[in-house]
Design a protein around this ligand. Structure first.
Ligand code: ZN
Length: 557
């Protein structure tokens, strides 16, 4: 595609063109402003290049030669990318026909190997994702083995657009963001807050049932805390500038862990007290470049469904198994049945004893095996402080999302010097596990909106029941019924507009309300309701008590 663009438009400057999950993109800077009408011409040129069956030839250059070549070609972005290549790493180019590109590769053998492709969209993209840099033109494409596959992908992209939480969120009154507040900071509207409350209530209840305790911790902490934790060393670029309180630096928290550790340290712990499982819906703030912010999926302030588990080596296997089981139960409740995992093991540079790494890694792997969860091992892909598993789910249209993480930590317990008194009366270092199941509430909510296309199941729906009086005469009966439902913890509203019944039902459908209760003259007199559901339409007239039974049952789904 880059070769085609270079042939069609003069003075193109190239940045990078990586593969994505779905296909690929390339970032260009050029005088011509690309529009969708250009796609056909670019695709035609691409087809010519494919037909010519040019081989992709890899060759290396010295840094100096590469620099001279890119300079003379005016490829200023490539020059910056060249400077990013670490000293000692090969500087590789690929040549294909008339096109040469600084590229790490790999590539297919020849352009003729490409079977089917399509350019899908164009978008602005800041160089290096930084809004202070120039805006480039990013051209997206997809590639597949056949035209049928391309059609299927296009269909999925269309479906994803319809479900886009950035569109549905404001449309359904769930959330918004505002320039006045700042990018990446979420405003939860009443309906979004209803869903969030339902998620959090469920989350807390399940945690208490599973033997967790809740903790609450501050939003800021002294610089010395973040020095002890190491965050000011290895995480500083994600933290916001400090504020001065009484002549001392305080930082807004990017993580909750140091606070939980301080709670642990507040008293002597015995092996008999362990495991300790402490959970917090902890709101953290992390710096993200403005160019990479994306709806609710990538934000600057978010609430982690965090927990830390402190336990002894004797119970670690059992504890991890328990944690994985718990994680799966929670994710399945939200309608995600297709769950898989990544297991990331010890990297070359790591802290902690080898025997602890081995035990921890084994406990993670055996838990995945016991649950029958398909998993891939990322050898050496773990953080320097411990092995982890990441849980990923597939949504309703087959997209994969990474959600929960169960992460061992051999670093913080050392840095904070935490211990427990063992059966032998001596001090021992506990195992510490960080664990988030949904990841962040914001991101999880964005995924849920897209998974359900805004039509939340009854237990999550912001508005579960809408009472619809046919005329104003039934308004008092409708209000009375709604008040009764509200008292029974049903999320309910009354449509008091003066529209015709058909319009009221269409509005309730558009708002994706699971249950509509229509009250006409007959129903008002008999104390019954005419029930409609979002998915099945008319369900006939029912006694209110009978409807409540149907409703209660549906909350279990
Ligand atoms: Zn943590």
């Amino acid at each position: 595609m880059a070769a085609a663009v270079c042939e069609l438009f003069p003075d193109v400057k190239l940045d990078i063109g990586p593969a994505t999950d779905d296909g690929f993109y390339y970032d260009f800077d050029m005088p011509h402003r690309l529009v969708p009408d250009d796609f056909a011409a670019i695709e035609a040129k691409m087809a010519e290049i494919v037909k010519a069956n040019h081989p992709f030839e890899r060759f290396e250059m010295s840094r100096g030669e590469a620099e001279a070549m890119l300079k003379s070609a005016g490829q200023t972005y490539k020059l910056e990318r060249l400077a990013d290549i670490p000293e000692g790493e090969a500087v590789s180019f690929y040549r294909s026909g008339a096109f040469t590109d600084l590229c790490r590769g790999p590539h297919l053998a020849t352009t003729g190997d490409l079977k089917a492709f399509k350019i899908t969209s164009i978008a602005g993209s800041y160089f290096r994702g930084d809004e202070n840099n120039v805006m480039l033109q990013r051209l997206y494409g997809i590639v597949a083995e056949s035209q049928e596959e391309i059609n299927a992908i296009v269909e999925r992209i269309e479906e994803a657009k319809k479900r886009d939480h950035r569109r549905l969120g404001p449309e359904l009154g769930l959330f918004s963001m505002s320039d006045a507040v700042g990018p990446g900071l979420v405003l939860w509207h009443p309906k979004g807050a209803r869903v969030r409350t339902a998620i959090e209530d469920y989350w807390r209840r399940e945690h208490f049932r599973a033997g967790y305790e809740m903790v609450f911790t501050p939003h800021i902490g002294r610089a010395t805390l973040w020095e002890t934790s190491g965050h000011l060393g290895f995480y500083k670029e994600n933290m916001y500038s400090p504020m001065d309180i009484d002549g001392q630096d305080y930082f807004v928290k990017p993580m909750n862990c140091p606070f939980h550790i301080e709670i642990y340290k507040s008293q002597m712990r015995s092996y008999r007290d362990l495991p300790l499982r402490w959970a917090e819906l902890g709101t953290v703030y992390r710096y993200e470049k403005s160019g990479v912010l994306h709806g609710l999926l990538r934000v600057r302030g978010f609430t982690q469904d965090d927990a830390h588990i402190f336990c002894t080596p004797e119970t670690i296997v059992e504890e991890v198994k328990y944690t994985v089981e718990f994680a799966l139960r929670i994710l399945r409740r939200f309608g995600f049945k297709d769950i898989a995992a990544y297991l990331s093991t010890r990297p070359e540079k790591a802290v902690g004893e080898q025997s602890r790494w081995d035990q921890a890694t084994e406990s993670l792997e055996s838990a995945l095996k016991a649950e029958g969860i398909p998993y891939q091992v990322d050898e050496g892909g773990g953080a320097f402080y411990g092995p982890k598993i990441d849980l990923k789910i597939k949504d309703a249209i087959g997209r994969e999302w990474q959600l929960g993480t169960i992460q061992f930590d051999f670093n913080e317990p050392e840095r904070f010097d935490i211990s427990y008194v063992g059966a032998d009366g001596l001090q021992h270092r506990p195992y510490m596990v960080h664990r988030a199941l949904l990841g962040s509430i914001e991101r999880f909510f964005g995924i849920l909106v897209e998974h359900y296309a805004g039509a939340f199941p009854a237990w999550l729906a912001p508005e579960q029941v809408r009472v619809i009086p046919i005329t104003d005469d039934q308004l008092p009966a409708a209000e009375k019924l709604a008040a009764q439902f509200r008292g029974d913890d049903v999320r309910v509203s009354v449509d008091s507009h003066a529209d015709k019944l058909g319009a009221k039902i269409r509005r309730a459908q558009a708002d994706r309300i699971p249950y509509m209760l229509v009250i006409g003259k007959r129903e008002a007199e008999a104390g019954t309701v005419s029930v409609r559901t979002r998915s099945d339409g008319d369900k006939g007239t029912m006694e209110v008590a009978a409807f409540m039974e149907v409703f209660r049952e549906s909350l279990k789904e």
